[in-house]
Design a binder for this molecule. Structure first.
Ligand code: M6R
Length: 355
């Protein structure tokens, strides 16, 4: 059941602290800070010279995030929309690893992309929530995100766990041996998510902007996939026009869309170019668009914002996960005000088993 919540989506948003604890359990040693994903999997990822990620929808946003994490460890990595990977397969080498990120493990496009990789004799890894799913059975290796069942069509807790799982893989790639600071940041993440859930003002923000013409989301670096995800969640459950942009792309076109009727949600966390995003916020403000800053307070972006959704400070690679929780909640409350069918949005299915 919904455990006292009006919708599965809200229940699953609130299950995120627990979902992340499960994802981390026995994979991060509290004392030594060592990260352990099992010998087989570690050998596979450490043997990879190139990584290609394939996924759809929300999982694709996790894949974009993962690719950036892997690149930061010096491993060339690229995320592909699974259907495009199949349409125009990129070159590969013997040492390429193809990672499919799929909550359900049953998404037809992602399975096709993984099968394409297997036909070429390339190593495959499934990052999935469902034990025994097709992706987990067909890939050479599987990494389970252990979120527990997700019933709402909108992916929430599984996105957070996918990003945490990607962080674990990135840590293994780096072969840092022990990772004290990072391990303690990971350990604190579930309670920081709880803090966001307990202290959020997302409902007020949703109420203020529910009648907007459109919703825009911007971010750079690790905040960029979260901007895309914020927009996808918004359009999926509210049926309103929402778009996510790399903050730096704003003035290359999208800025023409920005008016006083279009709030811009600026995701500004961590160290990755936050200052530049503040510059973009000023540009938006000059066009009289309302600004909602989703931020850890490392910059003064709050000074230029009409509303602030605060998140606790943490490692730059994890902070956008917290920002994303705020955006999930804003979308939820906008959809609720609009009376949408939140758990089963029109035209959508939880698991898309046709290409
Ligand atoms: O099960 P998967 O992770 O492969 O699903 C991929 C997408 O269909 C899914 O993430 C979809 O975009 C979500 N409903 C978005 O909330």
């Amino acid at each position: 059941g919904k455990g006292g919540y009006d919708h599965y989506m809200l229940k699953e948003i609130h299950e995120q602290p627990q979902a992340l604890r499960q994802c981390l359990q026995e994979r991060v040693d509290e004392l030594s800070g060592a990260i352990d994903l099992g010998d087989d999997l570690q050998q596979t990822v450490r043997g990879a010279e190139f990584i290609q990620l394939v996924a759809c929808g929300t999982s694709y946003h996790a894949a974009l995030y993962a690719a950036q994490l892997f690149r930061s460890q010096g491993v060339p990595a690229q995320a592909f929309v699974a259907s495009e990977y199949v349409t125009a397969p990129p070159p590969y080498s013997e040492d390429t690893l193809v990672i499919g990120i799929t909550q359900s493990g049953e998404t037809a496009d992602t399975l096709s992309a993984l099968r394409e990789a297997q036909r070429r004799g390339v190593e495959t890894l499934a990052v999935t929530n469902v034990v025994g799913s097709t992706a987990s059975r067909e890939c050479a290796d599987a990494l389970y995100i252990r979120s527990g069942p997700e019933i709402g069509v909108a992916a929430t807790k599984t996105f957070s766990a996918q990003v945490v799982a990607a962080n674990l893989v990135a840590a293994v790639l780096e072969d840092r041996g022990t990772h004290h600071d990072f391990a303690s940041a990971l350990r604190d993440l579930p309670s920081q998510v709880q803090e966001v859930l307990d202290e959020t003002n997302a409902e007020t923000v949703a109420e203020r902007f529910v009648d907007s013409e459109a919703f825009f989301f911007i971010g750079r670096g690790y905040d960029y996939p979260v901007a895309l995800e914020g927009a996808l969640k918004m359009k999926e459950i509210t049926y309103e026009h929402a778009e996510g942009f790399a903050a730096g792309e704003l003035k290359h076109g999208p800025l023409a869309l920005v008016t006083s009727e279009t709030p811009v949600f600026a995701v500004v966390t961590g160290e990755t170019g936050s200052k530049k995003t503040v510059g973009n916020v000023k540009e938006v403000e000059a066009r009289s668009a309302p600004v909602v800053a989703v931020t850890d307070g490392r910059t003064d972006v709050g000074r230029y914002a009409d509303e602030v959704l605060e998140v606790p400070e943490t490692d730059s690679r994890l902070a956008p996960v917290l920002a994303n929780v705020q955006l999930q909640l804003v979308s939820y409350y906008v959809a609720e005000r609009l009376g949408r069918n939140i758990d089963k949005p029109r035209n959508l299915a939880k698991s898309v088993t046709v290409e």
